[in-house]
Design a protein around this ligand. Structure first.
Ligand code: PMP
Length: 431
């Protein structure tokens, strides 16, 4: 594969855009090399401007669960676009998508649309603070909730990849209001509640993490967090921006059997367009303006194009027969193949997977259950594996601290090719 046009495009972009990208992880800085500039995508494939085609496991970082350019989603966007792109006034589509989300997620009594996952978590935290009249929030090391000041403390994803989990620019006052606990370590949460009795507005977590790679919470941990929130009248926020409608029709909360008080959404609910949302218990949601005193607004919130793409996507997920079962089958096939490769070529690694979300950790450990475990991974080995994979037409997230996503458009043939490519990559790494 050659990347000549992408190399030129990246050099040009760097003259005009900080780092050449509009979101840091796209730069490939942590794995090295030049990011391919993407020209188009269809189904399970993306094509770059040099004409190279890849089997895509990034899926725009999660939204593309139906595969790229799904004909029904494209049609919905086109039909809506000719009616006008934005009005800043109520539309029927907004009520329809709210009803659809409520139907699929029973913990949601009402839902407010915003424009990104970042906005969703920022607004949910403000709402929880307004509702409880308290200031402090507990988050977990390695969880990423977007780039709000309050959450860029021990944050995952790009912040972790680039070694800036605590970024400059966040004031000491803001940092002071964010407490961090360890994922899968209930005692660390308990301690914070004891030390800050009556002061904790909210606990926020990725119920199944993706932003330090995929990690599933232990049953006692997640149930314990729910109980601590109940005992302390603290709002439990599940950040389902990534897991929402990804791991199950009813999101991670269905998989885990735990009801949060508030849930944040993003990615899939926009079908590839910029959308976020937050929703939950009526008594909390009715605190929002104009019904209540907590202010939150948005010029483009509930944008018709985004609502049309999101609603079409959600309806397809809801109505397609055996959608999540089929996705489980192809994802399990991939996991099994990757697992066999590791075993056969005597590589140490752990694959964590929930439905179509997975991470292959290069580690000597037996399991990966927290950021502490993730930090023991061999990131330079991952970087080499990533590069070889890319060169053989497999597009993975360019960091060890991320999830991969299988879509409904990935065929058995795609999965077979991916397993084969992974085998060759590992073999090459053995030397
Ligand atoms: N929360 C989670 C769990 C996420 O994975 C992300 C994005 N990867 C966000 C929040 C932020 O969403 P956005 O990038 O749309 O602002």
């Amino acid at each position: 594969m050659t990347y000549e046009k992408s190399i030129e495009a990246f050099a040009e972009a760097q003259k005009h855009i900080p780092g050449g990208v509009n979101s840091p992880v796209r730069s490939f800085k942590s794995v090295g090399g030049n990011p391919p500039f993407i020209a188009s995508a269809k189904g399970s494939r993306v094509t770059d401007i040099d004409g190279n085609e890849y089997i895509d496991y990034v899926g725009s970082w999660g939204p593309m669960i139906l595969g790229h350019s799904h004909p029904k989603v494209v049609e919905a966007i086109q039909k809506t676009a000719v009616l006008g792109a934005s009005f800043g006034a109520p539309t029927l589509l907004e009520t329809e998508i709210a009803k659809q989300i409520k139907k699929m997620v029973p913990s949601v009594d009402s839902v407010r649309m915003v424009n990104s996952g970042t906005e969703a978590t920022m607004s949910a935290l403000r709402l929880a603070r307004g509702y409880t009249n308290r200031d402090l929030v507990i988050k977990f090391e390695g969880c990423y909730h977007g780039h709000n000041d309050s959450f860029l403390i021990e944050a995952g994803s790009g912040a972790l990849t680039f070694g800036v989990p605590n970024t400059p620019g966040v004031t000491k006052g803001t940092a002071h209001d964010t407490l961090t606990a360890k994922f899968n370590d209930l005692a660390s949460v308990q301690r914070l509640f004891e030390e800050n009795n009556g002061k904790i507005a909210a606990v926020i977590l990725e119920p199944i993490t993706g932003n330090m790679g995929v990690i599933v919470p232990d049953k006692e941990f997640i149930e314990g967090v729910r109980n601590l929130c109940d005992e302390n009248q603290t709002v439990l926020i599940f950040d389902e921006v990534m897991t929402g409608f990804r791991v199950a029709k009813g999101c991670a909360q269905e998989v885990l059997g735990i009801k949060p008080d508030l849930t944040t959404f993003g990615k899939i609910i926009g079908g590839g367009l910029p959308v976020g949302a937050y929703g939950g218990k009526q008594e909390i949601m009715e605190m929002l303006a104009p019904q209540g005193p907590v202010y939150q607004a948005g010029t483009l919130s509930g944008n018709p194009l985004a609502m049309a793409a999101g609603l079409t996507t959600l309806r397809l997920l809801d109505q397609a027969q055996d959608f999540y079962e089929d996705l489980e089958i192809s994802s399990a096939l991939l996991e099994e193949g990757l697992q066999n490769n590791l075993k056969e070529l005597k590589f140490k690694g752990v694959i964590n997977r929930v439905g179509s979300m997975f991470t292959l950790f290069f580690t000597e450990e037996e399991s990966v259950k927290s950021l502490y475990d993730v930090n023991k991974c061999d990131t330079s080995l991952f970087a080499r594996y990533f590069k070889i994979s890319l060169d053989s037409g497999i597009y993975l997230a360019p960091s060890q601290y991320e999830a991969g996503f299988v879509s409904a458009a990935h065929t058995n043939e795609d999965i077979r090719k991916t397993i084969e490519a992974s085998y060759s990559a590992l073999k090459q790494l053995k030397g």
